[in-house]
Design a protein. Structure first.
Lengths: 85, 577
């Protein structure tokens, strides 16, 4: 799990253009969206859906479903672990 | 001064003129259908797409030569149709042309080609269209995302009011391609069924192709409709997501109604953008309510035409004109159960009713909103004041070129590193701005954002009393190429929403509006050069009619390693709150 969390942090930084942020700056349990945390928005959510599709073969059809899955890096990692084939 | 719409044309898969289209709508015909295979998408798509051989046949009948692109042919068809309806001579110097498009000839973009097909640059395509007609004037091109069509009507109207032209031909068009469909798909905005605006079951929009044209004139001929008012606002909230409150679209509606001097009781119906995406329709229901028009019938024409992007505002406004004339309000086909937060009045079926005036709205990426008021001439308000001549003074000019930021002629920041990415980052940091969104922007937006940052540093104003009017030559071509490369190599599914969202030039305005809370007029022109006298006249009229205290007027161009921006902050010396 730790390994996956670190990998995800790297992917988020690269894919979401989170320049100036290092993996160590991201608290795995802090909220990704909204004020505080990383302050990601709806376009970032769509990009995270693509990361899941392309890098992990996991499809999320309903973006609304993403709200809980995308809460933090940790929830993302847990979802990937549970759903990866 | 009253501006009338004296001729109109709608070109869609439902018909090659307004009559054919209106007849189709009267019988509930829709151009939206499922295409298992198409030339515009890898996967099945539910959209309104022209049958190619019909366009070829029509072009042949009209003798439009084969060197014209699909976009150009459709615009030529629509303009030919409106010219045939009037005695206006396009070769006369008093006749102007305004062309609205979100993406023009983007279907020609070949990211592998060594040199770019020049027609992708919209102003060049505009010149080709003007040349076809031997027009006296070069077209003015407006690229304001999905409000382009309404923007162009407002631009045309203001140019007549400013005395630049006596008559203006306003044309709008967009055609579909992998470029556009893949981007909307990556946004998860597309429905696989015919869209159902405002309905509880709605799950997205359908894309569509169309062209339209109108002639704006001060002459009130038979069957004219009055273009009584128009206004543009910005959400200053998000570049792709609509406002959470609808307040800013409500501002545009109120602005257009104020200019038209119409009251709530004069409005017969409201034709909204109504794309059938969850958030757009939600926002619109709030905006209509804030504008106190929630008791009026509301319609969306998207189930008939799909979302025809830069053409949508124009062709839908033309349908509104016909609805006013024939006394029929078209139903929002397929509507069953209201699924928006505010109780607005939507009906699936056509209704006969007494007509006076209507409001037509549009909203688009970059946070832009537009509204116009159309009236039957017999209901024109006599009390409408004439637009005032105003005096403007320049407070400050910031330009960015060759790794230098200049205030007037004085360099206020420079970088030893002339590489754009390094320079712009240093210039951004020097501003002391900690907005992380900067790093997500494409280079055109970074350039505009930083230029605006130096311009507006320590400057105070109210969000609604400041506007922003930009121009450039290449549009968003720099990012267009990146998006086309993403999908060109590995298919539509490789489209990135974070790239696609920047394939509209007016998104640079959107980014500036969000950061600096600018909610007034916002328009993006595509032109060969910076020094357009016509744009200056437009700025004057826009500032006067929208009663702006300040307006940023700028040039913001970036393509590959070349870039240049120059923004001026102007003050309206006649401003009264």
């Amino acid at each position: 799990m730790e390994e996956l969390i670190e990998k995800l942090k790297g992917e988020l930084i690269a894919e979401l253009n989170l320049e100036e942020i290092k993996p160590a700056d991201i608290d795995a349990e802090a909220p990704l969206f909204g004020d505080g945390g990383l302050g990601l928005d709806s376009i970032d959510a769509l990009e995270i859906i693509l990361i899941l599709e392309r890098n992990y073969g996991i499809k999320i059809d309903n973006p609304a479903q993403g709200k809980e899955i995308f809460y933090s890096v940790k929830t993302l990692a847990e979802y990937i672990t549970a759903h990866q084939k | 001064m009253n501006i009338y719409i004296t001729a109109d044309s709608i070109v869609t898969p439902l018909g090659f003129n307004s009559q054919e289209n209106i007849a189709a709508l009267c019988s509930y015909h829709s151009a939206v259908m499922e295409h298992k295979t198409s030339t515009v998408a890898d996967a099945p798509i539910t959209a309104s797409i022209f049958v190619d051989h019909k366009i070829r046949l029509q072009s042949k009948t009209m003798d439009i030569e084969s060197q014209y692109t699909k976009f150009e042919r459709l615009v030529i068809m629509a303009i030919t149709d409106v010219l045939d309806q009037t005695h206006i001579d396009i070769a006369d110097n008093s006749v102007g042309i305004v062309i609205a498009t979100a993406k023009g000839n983007i279907d020609l973009l070949d990211y592998t080609a060594e040199s770019m097909d020049g027609r992708i640059t919209i102003w060049k395509s505009g010149d080709r269209i003007a040349k076809y007609f031997k027009a006296a004037n070069r077209p003015i091109v407006v690229s304001n995302a999905c409000i382009s069509g309404l923007s162009a009507m407002i631009v045309g109207k203001r140019l007549i009011e400013a005395g630049v032209y006596s008559n203006v031909i306003v044309a709008g068009c967009d055609v579909l391609s992998h470029f556009i469909t893949s981007g909307f798909k990556s946004f998860k905005s597309l429905s696989s069924k015919r869209c159902v605006p405002f309905d509880a079951s709605r799950d997205g929009l359908n894309l569509g192709e169309a062209a339209g044209a109108v002639i704006l004139s001060t002459d009130n001929t038979d069957n004219s409709i009055l273009l009584a008012g128009g206004a543009i606002s910005n959400d200053a909230n998000h570049i792709s997501g609509p406002s959470r409150t609808g307040y800013e679209l409500n501002l545009a509606i109120r602005g257009a109604m104020d200019e038209a001097c119409v009251k709530k009781s004069d409005i017969s119906f409201v034709d909204m953008h109504g794309t059938a995406t969850a958030y757009n329709d939600e926002m619109e229901s709030k905006a209509v309510t804030l504008a106190e028009l929630q008791d009026k019938p509301v319609q969306s024409l998207k189930p008939y035409f799909g979302h025809t992007l830069g053409a949508s505002g124009l062709i839908e406004a033309i349908v509104c004109m016909h609805e006013l004339r024939i006394g029929t309000l078209f139903g929002t086909m397929g509507f069953q159960k209201l699924g928006v937060p505010m109780p607005i009045k939507v009906s699936p079926t056509h209704k006969t009713m007494k007509m006076r005036s209507c409001v037509k709205t549009a909203s688009g990426f970059g946070g832009c909103n537009a509204a116009v008021v159309l009236s039957l001439p017999e209901h024109a308000k006599k009390s409408r004041p004439e637009p005032q001549n105003i005096t403007m003074r320049s407070i400050c000019t910031i330009s960015v070129v060759d790794a230098h930021v200049k205030r007037g002629n004085k360099t206020i920041f420079s970088s030893k590193d002339t590489e754009f990415n390094v320079f712009i980052r240093e210039a951004f940091k020097k501003l002391g701005d900690e907005n992380m969104t900067f790093y997500k922007m494409d280079n055109l937006c970074k350039l505009g954002y930083v230029t605006a940052g130096y311009l507006l540093r320590d400057f105070k104003y109210e969000p609604e009393e400041i506007g922003i009017i930009m121009s450039n030559a290449a549009g968003s071509l720099d990012t267009d190429i990146e998006h086309q490369r993403n999908i060109g190599e590995n298919g539509d599914a490789m489209a990135s929403p974070a790239v696609f969202v920047y394939t509209l030039p007016n998104v640079v305005i959107g980014e500036i509006c969000i950061r600096y809370q600018i909610k007034g007029e916002n328009t993006f022109f595509i032109s060969e050069g910076h020094d357009s006298e016509k744009v200056s006249k437009y700025v004057q009229m826009a500032v006067s009619e929208a009663n702006l205290h300040y307006c940023i007027v700028g040039w913001c161009e970036l393509l590959g390693t070349r870039y240049r921006s120059s923004f001026s902050l102007l003050e309206n010396m006649n401003y009264v709150k």
